[in-house]
Design a protein around this ligand. Sequence first.
Ligand code: ATP
Ligand code: MG
Length: 584
Amino acid sequence: MRWTRTLLNTLRENPQDAEINSHKLLIRAGLARKLSGGLYTFMPLGLRSLQKIITIVREEMNRAEAQEILMPALQPAELWERSGRLQTMGPGMFKLKDRTGRLMTLGPTHEEVVTELLAAEINSYRQLPCTVYQIQTKFRDEIRPRFGLMRAKEFIMKDAYSFDTTMEQADTSYRAMYDAYVRIFKRCGLDACPVEADTGDIGGQWSHEFMVLADSGEDGVIDCPACGYAANQEKAERFIAKKTPAPCPANEEIATPAIKTIDQLAAFLKCQPAEFIKTMIYLADEQPVAVLIPGDRELNEHKLKQMLGAKTLTMADDTVIQCVTGATVGFAGPVNLTTRIYADTALENATNLIAGANKTDLHIRNVDLKRDAQITAYEDLVIVREGDCCPRCQKKLEMKRGIEVGHVFKLGTKYSQSFDAKYLNEHGESLEMVMGCYGIGVTRTLQAVIEQSNDKDGIIWPITVAPFAVTILNLDPSNEHVNNVVAQLEQELANKHLDVFIDDRTERPGVKFKDADLIGCPVRVVVGARGLTSNTIEVKQRGSHEAIATTVEGAAECIIGLASKLFEQHQPSTQVTKPSQKHY
Ligand code: ATP
Ligand code: MG
């Protein structure tokens, strides 16, 4: 392919709305163009990379014996009512009406459609296990579409769904997808690590996210360098050493007029935030509960919701808080509170704490939770942070940022129940199928590759997903001899299945070198009249500082050798590591 015949414009300036490197480079290298917030057109070079990623995904899904199908993006909303997700996913879904007034949705994901489909198609255990997948456009009305393809309103996802007879068989299907994901990301040149994750709105038993570590990542990743435990911050647990209770004097009320926040209190009483109990009132499935955490920590609502097994969890409003505590907002505490109280594990056996008195403008000193309050249960309820202890090996945890490129869930029977997806076992009994679901953000993966692999000059593509493996800079496109050498080389490389992009513009060499670095194809070849006078062609790997000078006759072999070496780097090993999940 020649530049002069390609719809390709590189830009010197960063787009105004681009905050992260990969978004800037995506646009500057002419790979994609924005239509409007969260909506992008793939330009010829961007589409080539996207198609290479799709090919890798498809090959690995097929290798894992998943079967490709294609479901409609437009779905009747009734399906979502049946699973209960029309409410829970609500504003995140694009909804529209057809001409008869029937409510439809543009699919943000396909659990409902696929379960309805397989419920009709599968009758017998002989048809199981069965995993299907599709590579298709998804639609999500994101609150804040940003970072280019990373958080778009319309994006391409590979979504797969497994159907099994038993929980054990479902574990095998989960494992097959997990292993396929490890191979896919490796082949895409991405360093993606699997971490334990929350199951969120999708529900189910357990899950892993595949995270690409990057400072610009929107997710917090908790990692234990000592034992390899890794989890999304939403899900991460921590080890708390059991305390021996210290003696505690009697309660003492202290006047704290109009002082409501922990920081104000700490300043007023000259104490550390950790010496306070933060008391919060929530409504779990409309019933009030009190939650206690150390004053210097943040509550993890996901953990609380999961621990309570609640369908809905909302912070109580001022009226409920007054009703539950008898005081205005800001003075809730565990002493004499009659509602259910859940406390963070760090508060077990803790004494000499300060808490709200459930009386306006008063707090209590010398609180001993065991003595002074009725705690329903102690649980790990806070957001884990750097320096907390690993739940597995008790060493110090670290905190990193990550981009979620893939997500695997073991769903269990949540959707098979809603859609009556049953099969007959060998004894003729009708049983619910056990499901798993598995997503890869294909377009997000493309940008994650750029985010992980670039330098100040531009993108450094892994050869497996580069728009072209090789770019040839023709420095003298009006010179027939140079053109002949370039054409001959292109043919020799094409014979070895290497795709080649030729910069045949009548631009200065400096411009061509700059653009080659920006677009970032892994092997750069320079052919010019001056070099040819000494029978020399220059070959250079993007990102390396040294160029190789080869003869015209030896150029193809040199390039093929370098390209093969680069392809080898992205070959997945046959050994895959075990998921960091306690179920394995
Ligand atoms: P996030 O937490 O980033 O919003 P999610 O957990 O809602 O993502 P899933 O439902 O797990 O996403 O979807 C599977 C994959 O689809 C994600 O791992 C991610 O790679 C991709 N994805 C999700 N939302 C978007 C989006 N708005 N734009 C691009 N890719 C997305
Ligand atoms: Mg997810």
